[in-house]
Design a protein around this ligand. Structure first.
Ligand code: MN
Length: 192
């Protein structure tokens, strides 16, 4: 049985970047729905009792879609904090500068890949085994763990993530998300 994660902040803590209403629907309805669907599909399947990441790497169809969306949203919701002036530091900042030249250039590529992803999906920053970083576009419920990558940061570009607050203005939503990223958490994922 999988359970809905608790948010590490109040539902209105991300305002004005993400409204309490969007957090309420996104976490309480959409993510809860994926949890309910996976729990209904697992009994008697070959994936019953497996860890979530293993299900994502091995399953297909409805089991994959719901497991992938749980893994994606668990990483998504736990990477945010109240608006701040945060930026990467430590080893992660060094690696971003090494590969992109500046944090601004990294942000520009990340937003462009999120804005340019056709339909529903996710843009990800992940680490490879040697510590180098990569930005990927993942359609639907896909997650970089399927490619052997360690997922660090993700922006959800499904319309349910932003439509109540930004309507069709996906790039505006993506640019606004930078101010609520909890970089200490992203760095923790990178070095663990
Ligand atoms: Mn979502």
């Amino acid at each position: 049985m999988f359970t809905l994660i608790n948010l590490p902040y109040a539902p209105d803590a991300l305002e004005p970047v993400i409204s309490a209403q969007t957090v309420g629907f996104h976490h309480g309805k959409h993510l809860q729905g994926y949890v309910n669907n996976l729990n209904a599909a697992l009994p008697g399947s070959p994936f019953e009792g497996l860890p979530l990441e293993e299900i994502v790497r091995k399953a297909d169809g409805a089991v994959f879609n719901n497991a992938g969306q749980i893994l994606n949203h668990n990483l998504y919701f736990t990477q945010f904090m109240a608006p701040s002036e945060g930026a990467p530091s430590g080893k992660l900042a060094v690696q971003i500068d090494r590969q992109w030249g500046s944090f601004d250039a990294f942000q520009a590529e990340f937003v462009a890949k999120g804005a340019g992803l056709f339909g529903s999906g996710w843009v990800w920053l992940s680490a490879q085994a040697d510590g180098s970083l990569v930005i990927t576009q993942e359609p639907g419920a896909h997650n970089p763990v399927e490619k052997g990558l360690k997922p660090l940061l993700t922006f959800d570009v499904w319309e349910h993530a932003y439509y109540l607050d930004y309507q069709n203005r996906r790039p505006d939503h993506l640019k606004a998300l930078w101010s609520i990223v909890n970089w200490a958490e992203i760095e923790r994922r990178y070095v663990e």
